[in-house]
Design a binder for this molecule. Structure first.
Ligand SMILES: [Ca+2]
Ligand SMILES: [Ca+2]
Length: 301
């Protein structure tokens, strides 16, 4: 063998030994690193006082998901609405659909938001599920929560007194709301003015609230003509009919109460004339309207 070849083989052998040594060292290092990166298999627990049964209202019900130990990757937990409920997501409630527990931490949070409304309806239900088959890197028992939203009923009823309309007077169209100011006064059982002037303004229509601030008892709702700018020159009579609507959030909407035409205010009436529209009896949160002449019950609710 020529000297040149021997030297060459020796150099090659030395190089191979160095490479082997280096590879061996790298392998040890890699093993150590991978060992540190190995994900553990933590458990997750949900803490949530879900509103099993609640009157619908604007509220937030937060929940948290806690890991037994932090992870090197984000843990993602899906939250879903189980099909079959009668409540409508986006109208009656909203729910966070994804909870992320960031890498290196042990807690993520989400919330259920419920909404109040004045819609007349029954109770509504829905079911929230936390966790599903997509949950990875964590042991989480999928849990469902049933929620019942009971219909909200307002304690306040609102009456609208409306005499809007028009009439041709002396060849000109006249607008009642513009020229006739009617108030609705509240008299007590002894026919004394109660001093509640909610419906004694310049508005047309007028509105009045019946609520828990009223003492139980009997009242009279009295039409009062404040001013009238419509007086036909030929002495004829123009009638300003009154329409009454009653609304109570969650219970009824725009119920039209009967009005005896005998109490309509006319162009012949002088300012200050009064005509009794209803007898009204408040008993707790039950409101009753009676014909003031016959005492017939016209509406209760
Ligand atoms: Ca409702
Ligand atoms: Ca008025």
């Amino acid at each position: 063998m020529k000297l040149k070849n021997i030297l060459s083989k020796s150099v090659t052998g030395l190089g191979a030994a160095v490479i082997l040594l280096g590879f061996s060292q790298c392998k040890d290092e890699d093993f150590t690193d991978y060992s540190n990166l190995t994900a553990t298999n933590p458990t997750a627990s949900v803490e949530w006082t879900a509103p099993a049964s609640t009157t619908e209202r604007d509220d937030v019900f937060p929940f948290t998901i806690t890991l037994s130990e932090p992870q090197v990757v984000d843990v993602r937990v899906n939250v879903s609405v189980v099909e079959g409920g009668t409540a409508t997501e986006g109208e009656d409630f909203d729910i966070d659909h994804l909870v992320i527990i960031p890498a290196g931490t042990t807690m993520g949070s989400g919330a259920l938001t419920t909404y109040n409304d004045l819609v007349v309806e029954g109770s509504e239900t829905f079911t929230i599920q936390i966790g599903d088959e997509r949950t990875s890197n964590v042991n989480l028992t999928t849990t469902t929560y049933d929620v019942t939203l009971n219909n909200f009923v307002s304690n306040t009823a609102v009456a609208i007194y409306d005499w809007s309309g028009t009439a041709m007077v002396d060849g000109v169209e006249r607008v009642f709301c513009d020229e006739v100011d009617i108030d609705v006064l509240i008299y007590d059982e002894a026919m004394m003015d109660s001093g509640n002037y909610d419906a004694a303004t310049g508005d047309c229509p007028e509105d009045m609230s019946f609520g828990t601030t009223w003492a139980d008892g009997t009242y009279y709702l009295v039409l009062n003509l404040w001013s009238n700018g419509i007086v036909p020159t030929d002495g004829s009579t123009v009638t300003f009919p009154m329409t009454v609507y009653l609304t109570r959030g969650g219970l009824y909407n725009d119920v039209m109460l009967p009005v005896d035409p005998a109490v309509y205010i006319n162009s012949d009436d002088a300012a200050g004339v009064e005509k009794t529209l209803y007898k009204f009896v408040k008993s707790g949160t039950t409101y009753r309207f009676y014909d003031p002449t016959t005492d017939e019950l016209l509406f209760e609710g």
